[in-house]
Design a protein around this ligand. Sequence first.
Ligand code: F6P
Length: 361
Amino acid sequence: MIPGLVNSFLNSGGRMGQRIAILTGGGDAPGLNAAIRAIGRRALAAGDTLFGIRNGWAGMIGDGDVMTLERSRLSGILQLGGTMLGSSRVNPMKLEHGIEEVLRNIDRLKLDALVAIGGDDTLSVAARLAEHRARVVGVPKTMDNDLSITEYCIGFDSAVSVVTEALDRLHTTATSHHRVMVCEVMGRDTGWVAVMGGLAGGADMIIIPEFSVTVDEVVAHLEVRRKAGSDFSILVVAEGVEMDGLQSKNEAEGARDAFGHVQLSRRGVGENLARIIEERTGHETRATVLGHVQRGGSPTAYDRIWATRVGAKAYDLVVEGLFGEMPVVTNGTVDVASIADVVAEQRRVPRELYELAQVFY
Ligand code: F6P
């Protein structure tokens, strides 16, 4: 064996020359490229052949959409947001014979392993493929941070940083104009981004799907603050919140993505809440919808480091032949869990964290 390859061979746990593919599915998030780089660099160092599947599961449907990834393509991507592979919300489980097509493409490409980086939708497909004995490994990614078992999901920390900076900026303009500012953040079913961003940015009220509040309670809280001498307020509201008295204007239109989710940004929760607050309190109120700004731009150092760690671990799982499994972070270390268990339920914001935020209202 060539001396330089001996180390790679040992690092790879003894398997060399495997054919490994990576895909990124669902909403993009900063840190995806760091994970691709980690998996890819480990694989190439071990003498494997590396493929990138374009645009998530869409690239495994029909004739497939695949590129070969050489070492040069993995350079200069650590600090880049988005995903060099592209993404989509195409769901093979919703397509007739979709799962069969993915399995056929795995065979056709003679893949020894497929690493799927994504949130619950993307990983649910991976779990289904694993039931068919496909050689898949997962990697946790969602800026919503709501996968169960794992404490870390790629993209969450970067999103929280964006929200924090936005709240800092909203504070200076809110105090100048003595206004109420409603900041709508992402969070389909859970309020992780709202709570963590709100804690870091000193929000005066945080409204999330896990703990319901009424419009009356919001108005009452704002009045208490005014009476106590605070002539401005910053509210953070998660886009997925349901509130009595807050009729979402576009809900009935029902725009949905390929996984069947309502496009929450069209519900106008932040705008609606701001309008009602102004009507009910008489205080000038403005809404800011952070939207996809939360998913754009460079990953934070934390996201780069942990995306690298879970990516490298995913490669270990491939080498060890632990298919149907994925890296998770528990108690600050990288651990392993079955993909099916990770997608079995959503991790919701615990009351303790929500109540901690309330201390500072
Ligand atoms: O799934 C993550 C997420 O960012 C949600 O918080 C948000 O509702 C959704 O994606 C937006 O999806 P899209 O980019 O498809 O509009």
